[in-house]
Design a protein around this ligand. Structure first.
Ligand code: ZN
Length: 139
C-alpha cells in the first residue's frame, strides 16, 4: 500500500494558465481583455461581460482574509499531519470580491482573524505540484 497523499490539481484548458504561473512561483489571475475584470476560478467566458477574450495576468499576491475556517479533523488522506488546518478565503487587493481559497501557512487557529493582511506563498507538495497558499504579513 502506498502512502496516502493530498489531492492534487489536474489543470485543464481553462485552468492551465493559472497552474503554469503557480509552478513558476507567481500568482496570475484570469483577466478579461474586454472589461478588464479579474475572474477566479477561471472560466470559459467572462462572468461580468460574457467575452471569451480572457488571459492570465500576474497580480501582487497580497490580500486580506475575507473568511476562514479551522479543520480539526483531517479532511482526507494526506492531511493527518496538518491539523488543525486553517483554511482561508482571501480577497485579493486587485479587485473587491476577487476571492481565492487556500491554506494559511505558519499560523495557528489563535492567530487568524478576518481582515488580516496576507501574502501568497508557494507550497511544493510533490515534485511536480505546487499550490498557492498564504501567510500572515504586516499590513
Ligand atoms: Zn469581461
Amino acid at each position: 500500500m502506498t502512502t496516502p497523499t493530498r489531492p492534487i490539481p489536474f489543470p485543464d484548458d481553462v485552468t492551465e494558465g493559472f497552474w503554469d504561473s503557480i509552478r513558476a512561483r507567481r500568482l496570475s489571475i484570469q483577466r478579461c481583455a474586454a472589461c478588464r475584470r479579474f475572474n477566479h476560478a477561471p472560466s470559459l467566458t467572462c462572468p461580468a461581460c460574457g467575452s471569451e477574450d480572457l488571459g492570465f495576468e500576474a497580480v501582487s499576491g497580497r490580500g486580506t482574509i475575507y473568511s476562514y475556517t479551522v479543520l480539526a479533523e483531517p479532511p482526507g488522506p494526506g492531511f493527518a499531519d496538518l491539523v488543525p488546518l486553517v483554511v482561508v478565503i482571501v480577497e485579493l487587493t486587485e479587485q473587491p470580491g476577487l476571492l481565492l481559497v487556500a491554506d494559511l501557512l505558519g499560523a495557528g487557529p489563535g492567530e487568524v482573524r478576518i481582515g488580516a493582511a496576507v501574502v501568497v506563498d508557494f507550497e511544493e507538495i510533490s515534485e511536480d505540484c505546487v499550490l498557492p497558499q498564504f501567510r500572515l504579513t504586516e499590513a
